[in-house]
Design a protein around this ligand. Structure first.
Ligand SMILES: Nc1nc2c(ncn2[C@@H]2O[C@H](COP(=O)(O)OP(=O)(O)OP(=O)(O)O)[C@@H](O)[C@H]2O)c(=O)[nH]1
Length: 346
């Protein structure tokens, strides 16, 4: 068996929907320091938006063939069917990557993924160098993941077996508990005193001492997050999960996603206004995708976390691609799909 130093290091980037994982990934690729990366992007939802955002970015460290999308759902549960063959194919390449970066979907639990690196075929040749948890600091400061202690107590009284039932909170905590380093991202949207308070709060929540670093758009010295040599696959017990008791099993119906198809728009602004309204009216956690705007040769990329929306023209529509938009909508299960579709299309 190869020593740790001879195995290909793998960095797992976890973090809730819209926390800034793709932004961090891009920053790492832009500051590759001569490393040859392979990138795996796992998305919740059947349209690969993040892979598309990275592809065609023009960076030498980020060739299109080095980006592999694992679309559709839960990386934790497709490990055997989807993930392991993908890793095997990477390892069988003539030009092996120096480092593998994996961006998990925002609702994925990272522990089953780390566990997959304990499989004999994989652990002989790869090691989890580190797990980076990207935290949407303003969302946490707003209490978006917090459990209401009274509600939890009421649930416990109603059902003794139930010890936790807030999917947002569970996913967020599992992601923190798996981390070797935590980035408090979107620090530009908070006061320094709030950053300090959050740092102390999170340090009190995680089971071991990990570095907590405020970042803006994931900008930090790449050497601070790569080369951690954590060998996380050997260290699973130090990374507790809400789902340990049932051996990694978890509900898949906590979150849902669907695609809204859009005809060509005459202008972007009305769509952005409608998106703002609809994300306020429904429990939508994330919207992202592309739209076609009449007279514009470039695709309009639109994405939002909560009611904060961003848009820009990213690249020309590929020849032969119909100029129609597609937006992925992700939220808690039970979204009123028909109403949301109607409201978005206007
Ligand atoms: N203000 C601010 N916005 C940020 C920062 N980092 C990322 N964003 C924005 O937040 C939004 C989400 O960023 P992404 O990098 O796509 O987040 P993600 O975690 O990859 O999202 P999912 O893959 O959908 O879970 C984008 O509109 C980013 O431009 C930051 O530090 N400050």
């Amino acid at each position: 068996m190869k020593t740790i130093a001879e195995r290909i290091p793998v960095t797992v980037i976890t973090g809730f929907l819209g926390a800034g994982k793709t932004t961090l990934l891009r920053h790492v690729l832009e500051n590759a320091g001569g490393r040859r990366f392979a990138v795996l992007v796992n998305e919740f939802g059947s349209v690969g938006v993040d892979g598309g955002l990275l592809q065609g970015c023009g960076l030498a460290s980020c060739r299109d063939e080095d980006i592999v999308e694992l679309a559709n759902g839960c990386i934790c549960c497709t490990v055997a069917d989807d993930f392991l063959p993908t890793m095997q194919a990477l390892l069988d390449r003539d030009e092996k990557p120096d480092h593998v970066l994996i961006e998990t979907s925002g609702v994925a639990l990272p522990k089953p993924l780390i566990k997959a690196f304990d499989w004999p075929d994989i652990r002989a040749r790869m090691t989890v160098d580190g797990v980076i948890a990207v935290v949407d600091a303003p969302a946490v400061a707003d209490g978006r993941f917090a459990d209401d202690p009274d509600a939890v107590e009421a649930q416990r009284q109603a059902d003794e077996m139930l010890d936790h039932d807030n999917p947002l909170n569970e996913v967020y905590e599992d992601q923190l508990m798996a981390a070797d380093i935590i980035l408090l991202n979107k620090a530009d949207l908070l006061e320094p005193s709030e950053i300090e308070r959050l740092t102390a709060q999170i340090a009190g929540e995680v089971p071991r001492a990990v570095k907590i670093v405020p970042t803006v758009s994931g900008q930090l010295d790449v050497d601070a997050v790569l080369g951690l040599a954590a060998a996380a696959e050997d260290d699973l017990d130090a990374r507790p999960s809400h789902h340990d008791a049932v051996d990694g099993e978890h509900e898949h119906d906590d979150f849902e996603s669907f695609i809204v198809e859009l005809p060509e728009l005459s202008a972007p602004e009305p769509l952005l206004e409608r998106l703002k309204t609809v994300t306020g009216d429904h429990p939508i956690l994330r919207v992202k995708g592309h739209a076609a705007v009449a007279g514009k040769p470039m695709r309009l990329t639109v994405q939002g976390v909560g009611e904060r929306l961003q848009h820009h023209y990213d690249r020309p529509w590929p020849a032969n691609d119909p100029r129609r938009g597609q937006l992925v909508v992700i939220g808690l299960s039970g979204l009123d799909r028909a109403a949301i579709e109607t409201a978005i299309r206007g």
